[in-house]
Design a protein around this ligand. Structure first.
Ligand SMILES: *[C@@H]1O[C@H](CO)[C@@H](O)[C@H](O)[C@H]1NC(C)=O
Ligand SMILES: *[C@@H]1O[C@H](CO)[C@@H](O)[C@H](O)[C@H]1NC(C)=O
Length: 485
């Protein structure tokens, strides 16, 4: 072998060796990193290096340092609270109709539960229909309707009533539902918490998906253009003024993250408390489900029954479900879709023929029948602001869910693949998810549903939500209550 080739070969050998060493080194670094990452990922969110974890795995520490949902913690609802609080609440509306919105339902459920625990609650809200207001003669919560037009919120008037009441006896804690109390007043109150039910950042994200489902020949609506135009300035404004509120309650894990990371609110002032639904109203009751099926005329040969409920409007994703189910029903003549709720898409669904049952809005008894009659609850929403109550109701009723893969949904509801299916909000992906559910069959879906029920019963009960809020209010009232357990 000529000398120069030997040298070249030796050089090459050396280079291989160097490469090999680098490769080993790289491999080791990667391995160490992956292990670290794996450990990091496998810890439940919030348990990440935040605080001391005791031997039995229970969390201990300053609750203000917790970045996970407080619903994960155990609170003893059997013993009375360590202190009875006087709590003022600002809410633009108080539910007086039979069909209140999500935010009002949240407020009503929460304050009824806190009053039942013995706290003294005063709600400051807009005028109701006089007849309704007269019928609300509770002593706790006390509802202070300011004067003026029904449902026309004027915070100055509410603030006056609050000051009057506060001058008799100081409130321990003040809570505002979103911006009912604007920051110029709120910033004076160190013992105030605000619960955010939908923020501009989430509106921006949902605007993106709403526009992406537009067909090529479909114009943007004027309302939508206005929203687009207003959202970015609104977001910037929010980032500037949100920090003026002392304590923030995010009602989803993802909202908590956005408040900390995008809105830059100090972590110790951001607390995640998921909403709750009434565990007595939403129960797993297969017999009721079967009865409901036969009442509405679903044949016993049905292989799969899907359900959707809520307002039947475009931004709840009904165009997606309409397209996807049109395809699915041809391939699966024994699959049915039950549609509960009202809105423009109701009549469109009727066009799909006998595999779709459009029921209109349901009273609580029929709603229970509805949830129990279905195999999967579908919610293709394009606008998940806050936490969708219907998803929690379905899970509480023991049903797996199929929902858009927004961070709020993946971060707080479908936190385990077992709980159902998430899909990017477009008709093709929804169709794929529907096919997958159809191929799994109802026994498999039933097991998923039971896993949902277990999780919901631990996390989303109204009682759990109320106890978590109670603990937050105690912590705001006196720091010694911030230390858990
Ligand atoms: C968009 O916002 C700007 C500034 O706020 C306003 O002048 C303009 O009229 C808005 N355009 C539309 C289409 O709403
Ligand atoms: C807070 O609570 C602790 C323990 O109950 C008590 O010792 C302390 O005086 C309280 N502080 C205030 C400011 O009320």
């Amino acid at each position: 072998m000529p000398p120069h080739r030997t040298i070249a070969a030796a050089k090459q050998k050396k280079m291989y060796a160097v490469h090999f060493h680098r490769a080993v080194l790289l491999f080791c670094i990667t391995a160490v990193c992956s292990v670290t990452v794996l450990i990091y990922i496998q810890l439940p969110p919030g348990f990440r290096l935040v605080n001391f974890i005791s031997n039995d795995g229970a969390w201990e520490g300053d609750l203000r340092g917790a970045d996970f949902a407080w619903n994960k913690l155990y609170f003893n609802g059997d013993s009375p609270p360590p202190a009875v609080l006087r709590i003022a609440v600002f809410s633009k509306k108080w539910p007086t109709s039979s069909d209140p919105g999500g935010m009002e339902r949240h407020a009503q459920t929460l304050y009824a539960a806190l009053a039942a625990r013995g706290h003294h609650i005063h709600v400051f809200t807009s005028p109701a229909n006089p007849l309704v207001a007269a019928s609300l003669s509770y002593t706790n919560p006390v509802i202070h309707f300011h004067d003026g037009e029904p449902n026309n919120w004027q915070y100055e008037k509410a603030w006056e009533m609050f000051e009057e009441e506060d001058s008799h006896r100081k409130f321990d804690v003040i809570h505002t539902e979103s911006v009912a109390l604007p920051f110029r007043l709120a910033e004076r109150l160190p013992n105030l918490a605000v619960s955010w039910h939908g923020i501009a950042y989430e509106i921006m994200q949902s605007s993106i998906f709403q526009d992406l489902i537009r067909k090529p020949d479909e114009p943007q609506s004027n309302d939508f253009i206005r929203t687009l135009n207003e959202t970015l300035p609104k977001l910037l404004k929010e980032i500037r003024f949100f920090s003026k509120y002392a304590h923030h309650v995010a009602i989803t894990d993802s909202c908590g993250e956005v408040l900390r990371n995008v809105y830059q609110i100090p972590s110790r002032r951001v607390h995640v408390i998921l909403n709750g639904v009434d565990q007595r109203t939403f129960v797993d009751d297969p017999e009721t489900g079967l009865k409901f099926r036969s009442q509405i005329g679903i044949p016993q040969t049905a292989t799969l029954v899907l359900g959707v409920s809520g307002r039947l409007v475009r931004d709840k994703g009904h165009p997606l479900l309409f397209d996807a189910f049109s395809k699915l029903k041809v391939r699966h003549p024994d699959v049915y879709l039950i549609v509960a709720g009202t809105g423009p898409w109701g009549s469109r669904y009727r066009e799909l023929g006998s595999q779709v049952l459009v029921l209109g809005s349901l009273d609580p008894v029929r709603l229970k029948g509805f949830y129990n009659a279905i195999d999967v609850f579908v919610n293709p929403t394009l606008r998940p602001q806050g936490l969708d109550l219907t998803l929690m109701e379905a899970m509480m009723s023991g049903k797996p869910i199929m929902a858009s893969n927004f961070p709020s949904i993946k971060g707080s509801l479908v936190v385990d693949d077992e709980f159902g299916f998430t899909f990017p909000p477009n008709a093709d992906s929804l169709y794929e998810a529907l096919e997958l559910a159809a191929s799994e069959g109802k026994e498999r879906l039933r097991r998923r549903g039971l896993a949902c029920k277990k999780y919901a019963a631990a996390m989303f009960t109204a009682g759990k939500m109320a106890l978590a809020y109670e603990r937050l209010f105690l912590c705001i009232y006196n720091e010694s209550y911030c230390f858990y357990p």
